[in-house]
Design a protein around this ligand. Sequence first.
Ligand SMILES: NC(=O)C1=CN([C@@H]2O[C@H](COP(=O)(O)OP(=O)(O)OC[C@H]3O[C@@H](n4cnc5c(N)ncnc54)[C@H](OP(=O)(O)O)[C@@H]3O)[C@@H](O)[C@H]2O)C=CC1
Ligand SMILES: O=C(O)[C@@H]1CCC=N1
Length: 484
Amino acid sequence: MEEWPEGAVAAPIVKIVKLSFRDVNRYHLVQKTDFPHILAPPCSKNCVRINEHRSEHFALRVTYPHSSWPIRAVDRIASWSNKPLTSGLVAGFCERVSGFTYYNAHVMADPTEGALVYLYSRLKTVPTEPRTVKLNCEFEVSTYRLPVQRIFLLQDVFVCTPISVPQKQLRHKQSFSYESIHKMIRIGFVGAGKIAQALAKGFIAAGLTKGEKIVASDPFPQTIKNFEMLGAQISSDNRLVVEQSDVVFLAIKPETVPAVLCNIRPHICKRHLLLSTAMGVSIQDIEKALPPATRVIRVMPNTPVLVRNGASVFVCGSATQYEDEIITRRLLEAIGTCDKVPELLMDTITALSGSGPAYVYIIIEALADGAVKMGLPRDLAYRLAAQTVVGAGSMVLATKAHPAQLKDDVTSPAGSTAEGLHFLEQHGLRTALIGAIEAATLKCRQISKETKEHISNSCSTKQQLCIKSQDQADNFSAGKRVRN
Ligand SMILES: NC(=O)C1=CN([C@@H]2O[C@H](COP(=O)(O)OP(=O)(O)OC[C@H]3O[C@@H](n4cnc5c(N)ncnc54)[C@H](OP(=O)(O)O)[C@@H]3O)[C@@H](O)[C@H]2O)C=CC1
Ligand SMILES: O=C(O)[C@@H]1CCC=N1
């Protein structure tokens, strides 16, 4: 039996009868992701069907395929216990509240064998208020035997132990918190520009990592200084970032992507998860330029991730594991919303939420300019305009009402709003915004096409390019500024 990692706690036999999301934070959590072995998909023959449209409990007894199946925790804390589990209980709860479906489930190891409790949870939307999730004894009477398949529903696995466990039951005194898992993931940024900085600051603000756990590269000394100020390790050599991180954000402009991929390619290995923010560069094109089976996820965040209010989406590559999706979700959900989308929507999403903050800033600026023209102090005008945008956006999300309905609610008969709206319609605000999304989408498509050609060409002349990139990288390392 291997040693437990430093800081881990031995989970005692706990029978959870009630768990709230607030409680989750009170548990010591060890994330575990190696769980394709456990559960059948919810709609398979032998499995409880989970009805998405009403709240219900479900319960399953599972039998693991091999008595030697080890309990393994993720990645860098792999094999912290290899005690075999042969059976366990899965209990879950699917809840439909205010239009959202919440999934939660537990796997309890057989107490005689492992005495570990796993908590799986998947929330379509993270509730703003802690929710009580009842997990009760019902599940103990279930006797399903399931084929061994992948879990679809469940997002995360934690080994839990209540904080109230007497110290003497703990093998190690320190707790091993959920946050500390992410602190173990070394995050790297290739390209240290605007979106890289916003992401890094967001992750730090969310407590997912610390500045010193980040490593970033950029040829531009002024830009990279911003990372230095976060306490990050900085370099002008992209290869160093790759070597020193597990999750690598590719935060460079599309035209730079082919040469950079060529440069980092020899340093990419199995442990890496590559998250590309590059607009218009398809997963297929990125994968083509990297070693086979490189795990690539394409993401489209926006700058409000800086204040943990971003709108991000992601697309999984052909070699990604479910665990990679979990990590991506955990990272992006900590700094805003996060949706998995089909890749064909990426160009339009780039135009909408990727570029969108820029449009909204112009709107805020213009609203404030109007107010200043009419006599308001400028700082008050900006504050009111910004808060109005925040409030209106929150109304759309919270009420799910049609924006037109919410607009009508503001517009009193013969009032001032109607006058303002009339003016906007006369001057084509709607048309302008629709046109902006269309124009930006088309630009993304064009860049996508160009990058595809560029990558195809660079793949055919890969060796030459690699030599060139190597030279460039060496020049960066030598402190010279080189542009592609
Ligand atoms: N800004 C945003 O809101 C969003 C941007 N994105 C995407 O993210 C990517 C980055 O955008 P953004 O941060 O705005 O752009 P920036 O120009 O701010 O950042 C890119 C950085 O990469 C640097 N760079 C250039 N060549 C290399 C190289 N060979 N190796 C490493 N770094 C290099 C650039 O340096 P230099 O300036 O000297 O060229 C620059 O500092 C783009 O593909 C964009 O489409 C996605 C979502 C939102
Ligand atoms: O302007 C750009 O190209 C990027 C894409 C989304 C936001 N900024």
